[in-house]
Design a protein around this ligand. Structure first.
Ligand code: B4P
Length: 193
């Protein structure tokens, strides 16, 4: 299966992506994690990405798209993948569609976690205290929320119009959310057989 997981910053995409990918037997591919890995290794891509990430801005589409294209062409992604944090802009949707069309595929399911905005800020403020991520300060968190509303929320209508979107309640325990996501997946699989 080729699945994407969406949601505002702090909705639990990264947390859930690992469980869901394991369940599906596909790699979880997080653009945020790939960028952070480049930052940690001090690569040229990492230097570019860090400027944007620290400010809570999206890394430019051309940089992100190239990185995703390279990752999706690796052998472990040939049979399917779970994309976490990509696409985030309409341009990225077009680019992803193009990449998949080249191999005769498309996105099977777009899972979107919805969580109340104040809960999101609280979660990320807690993560800031635990992990010290530069983009988890109060102002940057608020900026990332606004950017999500402007740039990424419009993607919900795109996947909604294709009937691939499943909105899943993201509040409650991590286990409860995983169960809801697996329920959405099961429902979708039962429809397609
Ligand atoms: P990401 O790494 O995707 O950062 P994020 O949006 O904050 O999501 P993350 O996965 O970390 O958090 P999650 O929702 O899992 O991106 C970071 C930056 O990289 C972006 O701002 C951007 O600059 C750049 N970037 C990435 N992709 C890009 C793209 N496609 N285009 C351009 N730029 C891009 O939330 C996790 C937190 O919530 C954790 O602390 C977790 O413990 C907590 N949590 C999870 N589930 C919970 C629950 N049920 N209850 C309580 N807490 C919970």
């Amino acid at each position: 299966m080729r699945v994407i997981i969406m949601g505002a910053p702090g909705a639990g995409k990264g947390t859930q992506a690992r469980f869901i990918a394991e369940h599906l037997g596909v790699p979880a591919i997080s653009t945020g994690d790939i960028f952070r890995n480049h930052v940690a290794r001090g690569t040229q891509l990492g230097v570019t990405a860090q400027r944007y990430m620290d400010a809570g801005e999206y890394v430019p589409d051309e940089v992100t798209n190239g990185m995703v294209r390279a990752r999706l062409s690796e052998p472990d992604a040939a049979q399917g993948f779970l994309l976490d944090g990509y696409p985030r802009t309409v341009t990225q949707v077009d680019e992803l569609d193009g990449m998949l069309r080249e191999t005769g595929h498309s996105i099977d399911l777009a899972l979107c976690l919805s969580v109340d905005t104040e809960d999101l800020v609280e979660r990320l403020s807690l993560r800031a205290r635990l992990e010290g991520r530069a983009d988890d300060t109060k102002d940057v968190i608020r900026h990332r929320q606004r950017l999500y509303a402007q740039e990424t929320e419009p993607l919900l209508s795109i996947y909604g119009a294709r009937d691939t979107l499943r909105l899943v309640e993201g509040c409650g325990s991590v286990e409860d959310v995983t169960e809801r996501l697996l329920g959405a997946l099961r429902e979708d699989l039962s429809k397609s057989v």
